[in-house]
Design a protein around this ligand. Structure first.
Ligand SMILES: [Zn+2]
Length: 314
C-alpha cells in the first residue's frame, strides 16, 4: 500500500469525541468528494477504511436537528466497486440530500459554485476535523523517503481559494497551483507537513517522516564527508605528481649525490610513489618516517629545486 493510503487508513481510526467534529469531518469528506451536488454526493476512494468511517460519521450527524427528522439511522449511501481497489459511495436520496445541504448551509436548488462554510468550524477542534476530512477525500502524501509533499485537490476554484485562506488562518503557509482543471493546494516543507499531520492526528506518519528526515540528513552528511575526502585525495595526488615532476627536472641537471642524504631519500621516495599521499609515503620510507618529518624534508627539497631551477611561486 502507498504511504498516502496507509496514512489515510490511520486517520480513519482517529477517535471522534465530539458531535461538532463528526459533522465537520463529514463535511470535509463530502465537500472534497468527487461529486458534491444537489443531485448526488459521490465519494470515490481507494482507502479501505473510509466507507465505514463515512458510515460512522453519518450515524452521528443524523442525530442533529434537521436530519433527525428524516428518521434515518444511517446515510443511505450506495456502495459499489470501481475496480482497482476503489470503492464508490453514492448518495442520491433526495430528501436526505436536501436536509444535508440545508444543514450545511447550502441552498440545494441552486448549487453552482461551491463555497466553504466556516460556521461549521468556529472551534479549533472542528477545523482540525474538517482538514482531516478534506485530506481523506482528496489528499495525497508522498513517501517521505522520496519526497516531502502533501496536497489536497479540488475541481472547484472558489473552494480551493477559501480552503487556502482557512489554512492561512490556521497558521499554515500552503501554496496553490492549477493543474489541468484542478485546484491543488500543497505543502513542500517537511515542517509544514509534520504540523498538518500532527494536527489531523496522523501521529505515526509524523514519526515516519521525522525518521526519514534523520536518515536523509545522516546520508547527506556522509556524502559530504566522502566528497570532501575525495577532493582532498585528488588534491594530494596532484601535489605529489607536481613534486615528482620538479624533482625529476632538478635531477636532470644536478646529480642526486649532491643533495644531503635525508633529501636524497625523500627525492627517491617521491619519484617512486608520485601518487601517494604524504602519510602513506612516510610509512614507505625505510625506516618509516613521521608525516611531519617527511613533509619537512620534501618542503626543503622542493624549495631547493625551485631555487636551483629558477622556478618562481605562482
Ligand atoms: Zn468540534
Amino acid at each position: 500500500m502507498s504511504f498516502s493510503g496507509e496514512v489515510k487508513n490511520q486517520l480513519c481510526q482517529v477517535p471522534v469525541t465530539k458531535d461538532c467534529c463528526a459533522l465537520a469531518e463529514l463535511y470535509g469528506i463530502l465537500l472534497f468528494a468527487t461529486v458534491f451536488s444537489a443531485r448526488e454526493i459521490r465519494v470515490v476512494t481507494g482507502t479501505a477504511k473510509l466507507p465505514s468511517r463515512v458510515d460512522m460519521l453519518g450515524r452521528r450527524v443524523l442525530q442533529r436537528k434537521g436530519l433527525r427528522e428524516l428518521g434515518m439511522t444511517r446515510l443511505p449511501f450506495e456502495k459499489s466497486s470501481a475496480g482497482q481497489g476503489k470503492t464508490v459511495l453514492s448518495l442520491t436520496d433526495e430528501p436526505c440530500l436536501k436536509a444535508l445541504f440545508t444543514l450545511l448551509g447550502y441552498e440545494p436548488d441552486k448549487q453552482v459554485v461551491l463555497h466553504l462554510h466556516n460556521w461549521h468550524m468556529e472551534e479549533d477542534c472542528c477545523r482540525t476535523a474538517f482538514l482531516r476530512g478534506a485530506f481523506l477525500a482528496a489528499g495525497y502524501l508522498s513517501d517521505p523517503e522520496k519526497d516531502y509533499y502533501l496536497e489536497i485537490t479540488t475541481p472547484h476554484r472558489a473552494l480551493g481559494r477559501e480552503f487556502l485562506a482557512l489554512l492561512g488562518e490556521m497558521g499554515f503557509a500552503a501554496k496553490q497551483v492549477m493543474r489541468r482543471s484542478s485546484c491543488v493546494t500543497y505543502f513542500k516543507e517537511s515542517e509544514q507537513i509534520e504540523a498538518f499531520l500532527t494536527m489531523v492526528g496522523a501521529h505515526r506518519a509524523v514519526l515516519t517522516l521525522m525518521e526519514a528526515k534523520v536518515i536523509k540528513d545522516v546520508r547527506n552528511k556522509i556524502n559530504r564527508k566522502v566528497n570532501c575526502e575525495t577532493a582532498n585525495l585528488l588534491r594530494s595526488v596532484e601535489v605529489g605528481q607536481a613534486q615528482a615532476e620538479l624533482i625529476r627536472a632538478y635531477l636532470e641537471q644536478f646529480p642526486l649525490e649532491t643533495l644531503p642524504e635525508p633529501l636524497q631519500e625523500a627525492a627517491k621516495l617521491r619519484l617512486t610513489y608520485p601518487d601517494e599521499p604524504l602519510s602513506a609515503l612516510a610509512k614507505l620510507a625505510d625506516p618509516p618516517l613521521t608525516k611531519s618529518g617527511l613533509n619537512h624534508r620534501l618542503t626543503k627539497l622542493i624549495q631547493l629545486a625551485k631555487d636551483a631551477l629558477g622556478v618562481t611561486e605562482e
